[in-house]
Write a protein that binds this ligand. Structure first.
Ligand SMILES: [Zn+2]
Ligand SMILES: [Zn+2]
Length: 244
């Protein structure tokens, strides 16, 4: 049976240097419940180190959590990589780390906190997570698919790190599963305002860096369950599943 699921598939945690330190696993899940989200995805910049703790906290509190990353490509385009299992996200993270240089400077870029389930600090990630990787867009999409993940161009309406602004267009042979528009654009008019996205499946999400941002934009999926496989079917419009 198909049901409606309210989803915010782009939420940062305190691991992202630009995110508020309040973005801890427990607080993210509490806020997600308050705004009635049934499904969220954790997508920190170039890292998945906080995904497993948020997933466990979500499981205890009735919020399904997909592990993901927001990867910055060589072209300085942000791409969401969404997975079903934390192991897949960590395998993608290993590929990203192998193509990411530099050390974080917290005083300049912000703190990168790896959190525990008790919302305590396990440690700081020393890498420069805010930087661009040496992975090209095609490499990122291929590697994500090889790990059974979904690849969506992030905030395509934004001048900073949106694919339309960075490249001027979306390459026809780039095998994206969809695109994301930011909260600034009503999804209903996204195709008219941004003809470059053509007929690619289009979602909207909050790109939350602060607790109050969570759910400020979300996508309602009609699907059988809040899982990655069902999101994939909804993006493709398989057997009645769809984006509402
Ligand atoms: Zn971004
Ligand atoms: Zn983001």
């Amino acid at each position: 049976m198909l049901k409606e699921f309210k989803a915010d598939l782009h939420v940062h945690t305190c691991l992202s240097p630009c995110a508020d330190l309040e973005m801890s696993p427990r607080k993210i899940i509490r806020r997600s419940r308050e705004v009635h989200l049934g499904l969220i995805a954790v997508c920190d910049h170039n890292s998945a180190e906080n995904t497993a703790v948020v997933m466990r906290e979500g499981r205890r509190n009735g919020v399904c959590v997909l592990p993901g990353l927001e990867i910055c490509s060589r072209e300085e385009v942000h791409v969401l990589a969404l997975f079903g299992e934390p192991e897949q996200a960590l395998a993608m993270q290993a590929i990203v780390y192998a193509h990411l240089s530099g050390e974080n400077r917290p005083e300049l870029f912000g703190y990168q906190i790896v959190a525990t389930e008790a919302d305590e600090v396990l440690g700081e990630n020393p890498r420069r997570l805010i930087g661009a990787t040496r992975l090209g867009l095609t490499d990122i999409v291929r590697a994500t698919h090889a790990l059974n993940g979904l690849s969506l161009a992030a905030h395509v309406d934004r001048p900073a790190n949106g694919i339309l602004n960075q490249l001027g267009f979306i390459p026809a042979d780039l095998d994206l599963d969809g695109v994301e528009v930011s909260y600034r654009i009503p999804p209903a008019v996204a195709r008219t305002m941004l003809p470059g996205i053509a007929n690619r499946p289009c979602i909207t999400s909050s790109d939350a860096h602060r607790l109050d941002d969570i759910g400020r934009a979300c996508t309602v999926f009609r699907m059988a369950a809040p899982t990655l496989a069902e999101v994939a079917r909804a993006l493709k419009g398989v057997r009645g599943r769809r984006i509402l």
